[in-house]
Design a binder for this molecule. Structure first.
Ligand SMILES: Nc1ncnc2c1ncn2[C@@H]1O[C@H](COP(=O)(O)OP(=O)(O)O)[C@@H](O)[C@H]1O
Ligand SMILES: [Mg+2]
Length: 299
């Protein structure tokens, strides 16, 4: 069981999420921790920067990161729209929405003429953070879109009208490189890749990078990689540190300084239906996502 004071089980020897006084501490791979400053409040909002949270591997923390990065950005006064773009609807569930009870979802926004974003967008428990929910209907869109003209731009068309209202739009992608994920990459300004600090986690990243390059070449020349987020970090194991070190060797400064520890608190927040920033505001998990939010704002 967890023994650390905040329940995160972080070991004393190497914890990349520890911040105070460590700004200049050398990091694995020879980098120096920089973090990011407290962001200035905004006086006006929009147009939104669109960030696709993508990795075709499941269970790496895409949905958890979308919810908690979004909530942390909202704490910093950013207006945030979370887009559930996985037919599993885990993002919606994580925010306390029952996907099968919804009258309108992102499927209707994509496929039905006359459906407007405001018919689908829901407010969340976090002030300043809205949700475009999805459910299993979205899996039909993937099939139906195949025969459409401009099939890769369907999400971009659907979101166009609301970008002015938000500062950040986060798209939670499904665990595949299929047409839905291509739609997300085609309308995004940047991609954020959560990478679990586990064996084999680097496998498949080359394929993801390749897909990003193809989308850049053919659909969205301005697409960039905002960063790689190390998740599921367990400071008690040597193995997880080795994987973290390899990720830093491979991607250098693209790796966010914020690192997300493996802790039971994240699955618990799913049950609670709210972000960790409100469910356990002073936990190291909440702090890590705030640190990530500062880095995202600064990049
Ligand atoms: N840092 C973490 N520590 C422990 N469990 C986590 C962490 N992040 C996510 N989880 C849990 O792992 C599972 C998969 O996470 P999720 O965010 O849904 O991944 P993905 O969207 O990439 O499939 C969920 O049950 C979630 O609650
Ligand atoms: Mg998910």
């Amino acid at each position: 069981m967890d023994t650390a004071p905040d329940g995160d089980g972080a070991g004393p020897d190497y914890d990349p999420t520890v911040e105070p006084g460590l700004e200049d501490a050398p990091r694995p791979g020879g980098r120096h921790r920089v973090g990011a400053p407290q962001p200035a409040p905004l006086t006006e909002h929009g147009p939104a920067r669109v960030i696709a949270v993508a990795n075709q591997k499941g269970g790496v923390g895409k949905t958890t990161s979308t919810i908690n990065l979004g909530a942390a950005l909202a704490e910093y006064g950013r207006r945030v729209l979370l887009v559930d773009f996985d037919p599993q609807g885990a993002l919606s569930v994580g925010l306390g929405v029952q996907p099968h009870q919804l009258d309108a979802t992102i499927y209707n926004l994509l496929m039905d003429r006359g459906v407007e974003p405001d018919d689908v967008i829901l407010k969340t428990s976090v002030a300043g953070m809205d949700l475009l929910p999805s459910n299993i209907d979205l899996s039909a869109a993937e099939v139906q879109l195949v025969t459409e003209v401009g099939r890769e731009q369907a999400l971009g068309r659907a979101l166009k009208g609301v970008l002015d209202r938000y500062d950040v739009v986060l798209i939670d992608c499904q665990p595949s490189l299929g047409l839905l994920t291509i739609n997300a990459l085609a309308c995004a300004d940047s991609v954020l890749i959560p990478l679990a600090c586990e064996f084999f986690s680097l496998r498949g990243v080359a394929l993801l990078m390749d897909t990003i390059d193809k989308v850049k070449d053919r659909l969205n020349p301005d697409l960039d990689l905002i960063g790689i987020l190390a998740t599921m970090f367990d400071s008690r194991t040597v193995h997880t540190r080795e994987v973290h070190q390899r990720v830093i060797e491979a991607f250098g400064d693209l790796v966010f300084d914020a690192v997300i520890n493996r802790t039971i608190r994240f699955p618990e927040t799913t049950v609670a239906g709210e972000p960790i920033t409100t469910w356990a505001p002073s936990s190291s998990g909440a702090e890590a996502y705030r640190m990530l939010a500062r880095e995202v704002i600064a990049r």
